[in-house]
Design a protein around this ligand. Structure first.
Ligand SMILES: [Zn+2]
Length: 203
């Protein structure tokens, strides 16, 4: 099947032709990958005869898929310009990410709240992939609703929840940025990110 046709299933359709051209222009192997839980996407620099490789999780909503794709292409472009001399999310990468985001802003692809979150993310010197909670939350709003999956911050205090590995926790009070949660089986206390995805347990 035509590359752009495939990309249109994952991206906002107006964004697909340009991403298709980048794949050709940068001679990049672009893979739509299974969900890896800890990351949305990945860039690998040329190594042992292999060229540039980018992969993006298949289950992101179209806006999150586009932001992640541009994020990874900014790594590729930064590698071409600076090889391993530039830091992964340093000033060179940020400059390229900003520049490569422009054509999609010009096409008015993003809803206003997402656009606003991306712009403040671009202006935040500490920005990296998903450490920006405002950007992450505004992208998440466009996900199809998942049953029984909630984020820790949405749970009432003392609610029980389960992780993918089956361990059960109780949500306790919020410390500065994270939530204290007690593992029921061991009574050990862990700190959870407010946007960690958990399954609600009905007791
Ligand atoms: Zn990155």
């Amino acid at each position: 099947m035509d590359k752009v046709k495939v990309l249109e299933k994952y991206l906002p359709p107006e964004a697909a032709p340009l991403i298709g051209r980048w794949i050709d222009y940068f001679k990049c192997e672009f893979k739509i990958s299974r969900n890896r839980g800890t990351k949305f996407g990945d860039y690998r620099a040329p190594y042992q005869g292999k060229g540039h490789r980018i992969s993006v999780n298949y289950d992101l909503n179209p806006y999150a898929f586009l932001v992640t794709t541009v994020h990874e292409f900014a790594h590729l472009h930064t590698f071409n310009e600076h090889k391993h001399k530039a830091k992964p999310h340093g000033t060179e990468w940020k400059h390229n990410f900003k520049k490569m985001m422009q054509p999609f802003f010009e096409k008015d692809i993003f809803p206003p709240d997402v656009k606003h979150a991306i712009i403040s993310y671009l202006n935040n010197p500490a920005a990296s992939s998903c450490s920006d909670l405002t950007l992450y939350r505004s992208l998440r709003k466009y996900d199809a609703p998942k049953e029984d999956i909630h984020t820790v911050e949405k749970l009432p205090i003392h609610a029980l929840f389960k992780l993918k590995d089956g361990r059960i926790f109780r949500r306790e009070e919020k410390l500065r940025k994270r939530y204290k949660c007690t593992e029921i089986a061991t009574r050990r206390v862990y700190l959870f990110s407010p946007v960690a995805e958990v399954e609600v347990v009905n007791d």
